[in-house]
Design a protein around this ligand. Sequence first.
Ligand SMILES: Cc1cc2nc3c(=O)[nH]c(=O)nc-3n(C[C@H](O)[C@H](O)[C@H](O)COP(=O)(O)O)c2cc1C
Length: 207
Amino acid sequence: MAKTVKAKKRERAERLREKHKKEVWKPGTMLYPVPAVMVSCADLSGRDNIITVAWTGIVCSDPAMVYISVRPERFSYKMIEESGEFVINLSSEALVKSTDFCGVRSGRDIDKWEACGLTRGRASKLKAPLIEESPVNIECAVEKVIKLGSHDMFIGRVLAVDVEARFIDERGRLSLDKCKLTAYSHGEYYALGKLLGSFGYSVRKKD
Ligand SMILES: Cc1cc2nc3c(=O)[nH]c(=O)nc-3n(C[C@H](O)[C@H](O)[C@H](O)COP(=O)(O)O)c2cc1C
């Protein structure tokens, strides 16, 4: 006897459930991919440092606000807390090794700028230096610190964004795709893959 539509739907749902069967894990931060960025900072005496941060993101468009979450025991923590500023430097393929290095060595022991061959640049609004080799530097003033547990979340108001001029097209738009940015996923660094679509493409009319 031919299967009813209802029976076919039920079987399909069953197959899907089987294919996507889940195990429930304990709470964890399995939210990937994220950007791993290099955050530059300085204390009030002018001593500066770079720390790699993957717990970072956008929290508001207007005013432009971002966050970084930093463990209080990091050498950089005091610098950011004391100065109330930090720079988020986006990581490109060329910078991925430095990004890893700045995340496994402490500024307590070494000068990471020198160790990685990175260049201090003058930020337009902050005393903290930016990383010249990074294609995009986001200058932030700490707006709020939220203590969450292992990490404190520094919410930063974006005061300026420094964009490498060679990535700006003739219409004044940033060609971020040309910057060769990287992503961090579950302990691994990746180059970005192929373009799959653009904002709103799922509903855009084709002519
Ligand atoms: C890919 C990657 C991501 C990291 N993300 C964070 C982060 O979001 N917050 C944090 O406190 N530490 C993070 N770390 C660890 C710090 O970067 C690391 O402890 C670093 O050595 C601290 O530098 P400092 O002691 O000079 O401040 C990350 C490390 C790596 C390699």
